[in-house]
Design a protein around this ligand. Structure first.
Ligand code: ASP
Ligand code: MG
Length: 484
């Protein structure tokens, strides 16, 4: 039996498929030592938690060798030919003496297909079985990548989430990483073997069942592995060569950012930039893991192998703010077109009403983004507007309908033709007037603002989706981001 054996309800034993050794995985992560690193504020309450495991892979003084995690997204492993290209990138690093862990996504489109099959089988399905199905895409690419690496003469093997193990919560379909013990993994890498790890999937140590981290989750897998291995850098290879001031498909004058701070990247990711999964940035920020965005479409021999000195010469490095010397007031403009707006009209204006609306939405794991509550004109009824992802609109409306008896009377209006445009930059902390200029510029183009939300380093506006591209272009020019 390969999976896991139950000795005691709190103590699962995993069988190592290679050695046959049994290992307990039931210790809570706090008991594993080293949990202190990165525990700042209350952030860990909402992000994946990893213990960086003890010593990093041995290296001698003066050694330029690095421990590198290389993650390849779906378009980079879209077919066997692309996987050969990925393998060539890996070989470059191995040939230079670096130790390498590879994390792969499923082939482009594969996960969508798997999700579609699950929904076709039954729209209301057991989330654990959803995970059993959708986790399979990464297993295909991990195995194929290992095979291709071996055919090039490298030592390599694939690792599934449960083999590493990547231990997660039991929130199937959107599991959080709790711990990556990874002793075996580390030993394998130390011995010079390339470890090819399935992104996106893990295991619930309580039940021994396969879990997945939510769409786009292999970025988070990669950062988690990098943290657990105490890697020098986590390289996210994708189909663009870095993070841009905005989407280059909309603004041809968009520029690549050589460096971007964790905070800004986090805001960009949660404001619609699709380059990195938000959670991966949270994790990198909490652990200070240097993360780069690089293109796998650059010929493998046209890139230098990683050394500890050349890390910031290509792509975009996501790093701490104080490493960025020339900080702009605004670093980027993000947009999200897949937003939906819900307005509850004439809800009672009394204490507890917001909790009764947003509590059930949170319980249903529906992310609410912007919230606007109007002043009650007649003193007792008001309008409450909020946004959710368009894909969650139907579910959100159902949740609200189900909570109607608690919320009391309201009429509901919903539309999904809205877009959120966000202006992001840590420089906003020390510069006034960024928002005022934004509103003025949008007004001059006749763009109506439906809702506004701000953070210390971000201003977001909700507008009619038809004006999204015009707004992005206008703001890109306004804040001096256009390339000359
Ligand atoms: N294959 C998964 C997805 O499409 C995970 C990933 O690619 O990051 O969501
Ligand atoms: Mg991705």
């Amino acid at each position: 039996m390969r999976q896991c054996m139950v000795a005691d309800p709190r103590c699962r034993l995993y069988e190592n498929p290679r050695t046959g050794h049994l290992r307990s995985a039931a210790l809570p992560y706090e008991n594993r030592g080293l949990a202190g690193r990165g525990r700042t504020g209350g952030i860990l309450a909402v992000v994946d938690t990893i213990n960086p495991a003890g010593a990093r892979v041995e290296r001698r003084a003066g050694d330029a060798m690095a421990l590198v995690v290389m993650k390849f997204g779906g378009t980079s492993v879209a077919n066997v030919e692309r996987i050969r290209n990925v393998a060539a990138h890996v070989k470059r690093e191995v040939d230079a003496g670096n130790k390498v862990a590879v994390v792969v996504s499923a082939m482009a489109g594969a996960t969508n297909q798997l999700v579609a099959w699950v929904n076709e089988a039954s729209p209301l399905h057991d989330k654990r079985e959803y995970d059993a199905v959708v986790a399979s895409g990464e297993q295909v690419t991990a195995g194929l990548t290992a095979i291709v690496l071996q055919s090039m003469g490298l030592k390599a093997r694939s690792w599934s989430g449960w083999q590493v193990p990547i231990e997660t919560s039991d929130a199937h379909g959107a599991a959080r990483i709790l711990n990556v013990p990874g002793d075996e993994l580390r030993a394998a890498i130390e011995s010079g073997e390339v470890a090819v790890i399935t992104g996106f999937q893990g295991i619930d140590p309580e039940t021994g069942r396969v879990s997945t981290l939510g769409r786009g989750g292999s970025d988070t897998s990669a950062v988690a592995v990098a943290v657990a291995l105490n890697a020098d850098v986590c390289d996210i290879y994708t189909d663009v060569d870095g993070v841009y001031t905005t989407d280059p498909r909309i603004v041809s004058k968009a520029r690549r950012l050589p460096k971007v701070s964790y905070e800004e990247m986090l805001e960009m990711a949660s404001s619609g930039s699709k380059v990195l999964q938000t959670r991966s940035v949270e994790l990198a920020m909490v652990h200070g893991m240097r993360t780069r965005v690089l293109s796998s479409f650059v010929a493998p021999d046209q890139m230098q192998a990683v050394t500890l000195d050349n890390l910031d010469t290509i792509g975009t490095t996501v790093c701490s703010e104080d490493e960025i010397v020339e900080q702009q007031v605004v670093s980027g403009i993000a947009y999200a077109k897949d937003e939906a707006k819900v307005t509850l009209l004439k809800v009672d204006d009394k204490p507890g009403i917001a909790a009764r609306i947003f509590g059930p939405l949170a319980d249903a794991s529906i992310n609410v983004d912007m919230i606007v509550q109007n002043v009650a004109a007649d003193g007792n009824a008001t309008d409450m507007t909020f946004t959710v992802q368009a894909a969650e609109l139907t579910r959100a409306l159902a949740v609200i309908e189900a909570a109607k008896k608690d919320i009391g009377h309201f009429d509901v209006k919903a539309s999904d033709g809205v877009a959120k445009i966000s202006v992001i930059g840590v420089g906003m902390r020390s510069h006034a007037g960024v928002a005022a200029r934004m509103f003025q510029a949008l007004a001059e183009k006749g763009i109506n603002i439906l809702a506004i939300s701000t953070s210390e380093i971000k201003i977001s506006v909700l507008i009619d989706a038809a004006y999204a591209e015009l707004a992005v272009r206008t703001l890109h020019t306004l804040y001096g981001l256009d390339a000359d």
